[in-house]
Write a protein that binds this ligand. Structure first.
Ligand code: SAM
Length: 282
């Protein structure tokens, strides 16, 4: 793999902050990450933001097929050139915005494995999207800024536990893969990065509309995280009267004075079910 700094200089290109472009410049690190995923020839991998191919190359050597979705059209010919140099032929490069990509069309009848060193500015949105699409996703290996990874895996009760933690931990089993130092990238970011593994879970006990309500309840609960649940959840997008919020919390055996950051996933589910039931009755 050619060093990204060298490619960009040769092409008189800059790494764009607006697209979160910090390219992995250490082939050994890229190889280590891909090796830890255990991806094999059975896997159809959707890579988010392949950039100049640091992860794409080791991925393509292990996976059956790779579909690499890159938004920056300037990088497409450079990526294709790198793949040709490495004599790789099982990668399809798509010049698309991942937020608009049709995952179902790519998957066909198969399930996808997702991999990506994510653009930091839309990492959370991408993760929410994967949760929504998880019926066709087997697992995902994603690199985040370390601070965001810490929030994703945070347990209830601490200040890092957030809307993202609750939604993701409801939808997936999350595991640690690797910590990556800033020196492994070009340009060098100010922060450390972390790769996480997501094994998505089916929503066996919740219908799709109930799950949508659960996500709305989590969002409302964290909308004013300093406030007690009886206050944070009243009004707003859920459109619930305070008395209804208190009734739902009581029904779910949750003290109304508690705050969102103290609720377990099981308690959020019980709360969503209580709101659902109250809505059915009125
Ligand atoms: N995978 C490469 C690597 O590890 O060196 C690049 C990672 S870089 C952190 C993020 C990549 O995502 C960039 O190539 C960037 O152009 C691309 N990107 C940014 N926004 C995107 C979007 N909405 N859809 C697809 N790719 C995007």
């Amino acid at each position: 793999m050619t060093h990204p700094g060298q490619v960009l200089k040769r092409e008189k290109l800059y790494a764009g902050k607006e697209m979160g472009q910090n390219f992995l410049s250490s082939p050994g690190t890229a190889e280590m990450i891909v090796e830890r995923t255990g991806i094999d020839k059975e896997a159809i991998v959707l890579e988010i933001g392949p950039g100049l191919g640091a992860l794409t190359i080791p991925l393509a050597r292990r996976a059956g097929r790779v579909i690499a979705v890159e938004k920056d059209s300037r990088l497409i010919p450079l990526l294709e050139e790198e793949l040709a140099l490495e004599e790789i032929s099982n990668v399809t490069v798509l010049n698309q915005d991942i937020m608009k990509t049709d995952f179902r069309e790519i998957a066909g009848d198969e399930k996808l494995t997702i991999m990506g060193n994510l653009p930091y500015n839309i990492s959370s949105q991408i993760l929410f999207r994967l949760v929504k699409e998880r019926a066709i996703i087997e697992k995902a290996f994603l690199m985040f800024q370390k601070e965001l990874a810490t929030r994703i895996i945070a347990s209830p009760g601490g200040r890092d536990y957030s809307r993202l933690s609750a939604v993701v931990q409801y939808a997936a089993q999350v595991g640690f893969v690797a910590d990556i130092k800033p020196t492994a990238f070009f340009p060098k970011p100010d922060v450390h990065s972390t790769v996480l593994r997501f094994d998505f879970l089916a929503s066996a006990d919740m219908s799709a509309p109930m799950e949508d309500l659960l996500f709305d309840v989590i969002k409302a609960a964290f909308s004013k995280r300093r406030k007690s649940l009886k206050n944070s959840m009243a009004g707003g997008e859920l459109g619930l009267e305070k008395s209804v919020v208190i009734a739902a919390l009581t029904h779910a055996a949750i003290v109304p004075e508690r705050r969102a950051e103290t609720l377990s996933i099981a308690e959020f589910k019980a709360l969503a079910m209580a709101v659902w039931q109250i809505r059915q009755e009125t």
